[in-house]
Design a protein around this ligand. Structure first.
Ligand code: GLC
Length: 427
């Protein structure tokens, strides 16, 4: 009995001594936390990349931290970390509209090796991420608003190609919806992002710009939103609510639209590139029936896509900015962008990836619609920084008021103009 007890004690001792080095090495590891998105394939892709990174960096333990899907909620969370000067998160996935607003909390990545690789990325995005000469984020993926359509349904109803104008889209959506309703009462013509949040800023900017109504605040600071074409654009979108789009679209974000579309219940959808690969998954009811085209215009050729996209930034409050930057640069590297493009249709920011055969095969519209990506319309974040978030909130609130019938288009843009002028004067 006694010898059994001794054996147990001895075994425990051995286990402890043998385990010590492992325990201490785990403790000595530098921990890097990456706050990032988790929509669709995002989390899986990021976690796979971090696992790969750790294989070659045994001294670093890198993990992802899920953040809210909606850009505004994500920003709210980030601001809490920043205001507390928290070192809990080292790397932040930041929106293309945030470098100016968040600059004071972020390190200059050029000091941590990014200067060597920045030239591989689209110069306009690098420029966007540069604040007072400092690179505040390394581009990870870019986004442009796209029109998704059901190739099978266009064919069934006798249409040869995607609509080039909003009038055409309305006519096609109406006809397809009427026809499909006979067998599917849940079917709608067109789904998009109408909730009062950053996504509506993107959609509504597309409506306005594709009507020739400018881009809310122009790069020279002129508040341009109070014009007839902007009014026409907003009134047109209001006309979709409850006709070709569900009444509930005024509460829709990207994933709400995608869920309806991917279930086979919509003819057209406005969304970002990520929706493509998810819709082409083996278990997707619309696999093989997805077309992608530029957003229509008021006239053919007057298409406009909002520029979106995400960067990786390193917090000034990180205890390990060097290692954090290493993680960020690895995630944003050409090889990783290629993998994310193929698996998840995330549009690269590294220009050469658009020439890669495997990428073009996996996501053909990266080739066909290359122009859409490079000509996308920027939201007025640079000119209004550090107040862009307030500008956007005023804009999407005004657009939402029109969509829900709270205000007519003319009143909404007149009031918005004054509010924006006020805000810009105080900046
Ligand atoms: C996408 C875009 C981002 C935009 C957001 C709005 O994630 O990449 O730039 O702000 O959608 O919902």
């Amino acid at each position: 009995m006694k010898s059994l007890k001794n054996l147990c004690i001895f075994t425990l001792l051995v286990a402890f001594v043998v385990g010590m080095p492992f325990l201490s090495s785990a403790q000595d590891k530098i921990k890097i936390t990456v706050a990032c998105g988790a929509v669709g394939l995002e989390k899986q892709l990021t976690d796979e990349a971090l696992a790969e990174f750790m294989k070659n960096h045994p001294n670093i333990e890198a993990k992802s931290l899920d953040t809210p899907d909606l850009a505004n909620d994500r920003l709210g969370l980030y601001l809490q970390f920043f205001q507390a000067k928290s070192s809990e998160v080292d790397v932040f996935q930041i929106d293309v509209i945030w470098p100016g607003d968040l600059a004071e909390h972020l390190v200059d990545l050029n000091q941590y090796g990014a200067a060597d690789v920045a030239k591989e990325h689209f110069p306009a995005i690098v420029q966007n991420n540069t604040v007072n000469g400092e690179l505040k984020g390394i581009p990870w993926f870019t986004d442009a608003g796209l029109l998704y359509y059901r190739t099978d349904l266009l064919e069934k109803y006798g249409y040869k190609e995607a609509p080039k104008t909003w009038d055409e889209l309305e006519a096609m959506a109406t006809k397809i919806q009427e026809g499909e309703r006979a067998s599917n009462p849940d079917f709608w013509g067109f789904v998009w992002q109408g909730n009062a949040y950053e996504g509506l800023t993107c959609d509504a900017l597309e409506w306005v710009a594709s009507h020739g109504g400018g881009s809310i605040i122009e790069p020279d600071g002129n508040v341009s939103i109070n014009n007839d074409m902007a009014i026409k654009a907003l009134e047109r979108a209001k006309g979709w609510v409850g006709t070709i789009s569900p009444a509930g679209v005024t509460g829709f974000a990207e994933e709400d639209a995608r869920n309806m579309w991917q279930a086979g219940n919509a003819a057209f959808m406005r969304n970002w590139p990520y929706a493509y690969k998810l819709g082409q998954a083996d278990d997707s009811p619309i696999k093989g029936k997805i077309g992608v085209a530029p957003i229509p215009g008021e006239k053919a050729g007057q298409s406009a896509a909002s520029l979106g996209g995400w960067q990786l930034a390193v917090s000034k409050y990180s205890k390990h900015p060097k290692e954090a930057a290493e993680v960020a640069l690895y995630l944003a590297s050409a090889a990783e962008q290629k993998r994310r493009a193929i698996v998840g249709s995330f549009s690269p920011t590294v220009m050469s990836v658009y020439q890669d055969k495997e990428v073009l095969e996996a996501v053909p519209f990266f080739g066909n619609l290359y122009d859409v990506f490079i000509n996308a319309v920027a939201r007025p974040s640079t000119i209004s920084a550090p107040k862009y978030n307030e500008v956007s909130t005023l804009f999407f609130t005004a657009a939402h008021d029109v969509l829900t019938g709270k205000k007519d288009g003319k009143t909404a843009v007149e009031e918005l103009e004054l509010d924006l002028q006020d805000l810009m004067a105080k900046k």
